[in-house]
Design a protein around this ligand. Structure first.
Ligand code: IMP
Ligand code: MG
Length: 233
């Protein structure tokens, strides 16, 4: 979990305090952050969106987390071709960053699932489209989703892919919110665990908005207290 959060209006790439004015643990964190930032320079500096309460993961932290998971995925599939199946719409940002860090042969396919609920609660799940049969049958699939919440979406998609003849199906999620689980579903790979907050950014939306934020932030409660319909998860 993040060791501190940013205030509204503060730049995403916040300045680090000098190490000598920090206690030991904070200085170690600041050094780590500086190393990550050098590896992932941020070309744009955007103010934090006014609807975001605080930032949970910065661009630099996201880059480092995906690096780690890309190494795990690479090790798991080395020597076997596989297909990354991105669950639209939420995982498109994560999937595109993930595949560019995997240096072994892979194919890319998409599945689209919508959960028609109101506000922040999941509603009835509808699968809008599947990859072609030839992209599923006999293939090793890695289903990639933005967030594992109740687990209903991925549990249903894994079942469907197996039913349609996939050779193996594994799952990789950007965020895992175990406090909300309503099934026994466990992802094979995950980048970060998050507490029970409604989060947006880096592909994650509320009512279709905020997917383009480059960081992950907790949405202010007043933004989702009034029920609105949401679609295209
Ligand atoms: P599940 O079927 O309940 O696991 O829900 C998965 C879908 O719900 C994800 O693909 C997201 O689109 C959506 N979702 C769950 N929690 C959040 C959140 O905190 N922010 C944005 N979308 C969420
Ligand atoms: Mg969504």
């Amino acid at each position: 979990m993040p060791e501190r959060s940013l205030r509204v209006g503060e730049l995403c790439e916040y300045p680090l305090r000098p190490f000598d004015r920090l206690d030991c643990a904070a200085a170690a964190h600041a050094r780590r952050e500086l190393r990550v930032r050098r590896r992932f320079p941020q070309p744009h500096r955007l103010p934090v969106h006014e609807d975001v309460e605080h930032i949970l993961f910065t661009e630099a932290q996201i880059g480092a987390g995906i690096d780690r998971v890309a190494r795990e995925v690479t090790a798991a599939y080395r020597g076997t071709g596989f297909t990354v199946v991105s669950v639209l719409k939420g995982s498109c940002v994560f999937a595109s960053d993930l595949i560019r860090r995997i240096p072994i042969p892979l194919e890319l396919a998409f599945v689209s699932a919508s959960s028609y609920g109101s506000g922040v609660e999941s509603g009835a799940l509808e699968v809008n489209f599947f990859p072609a049969e030839s992209e599923i049958r006999g293939r090793d699939l890695l289903l990639v989703d933005d967030i594992l919440d109740t687990g209903r979406t991925l549990a249903r998609l894994v079942d469907e892919m197996n039913r349609r003849g996939a050779r193996s199906v594994r799952t990789c999620v950007f965020l895992d919110k175990p406090a909300r689980r309503a099934t026994s579903f466990v992802a094979d790979f995950r980048v970060f665990e998050v507490e029970d907050l409604f989060v947006v950014g880096y592909g994650l939306d509320f009512a279709g908005h905020y997917r383009n934020l480059p960081y992950v932030g907790a949405l202010k409660r007043e933004c989702y207290e009034r029920p609105r319909s949401s679609a295209g998860r």
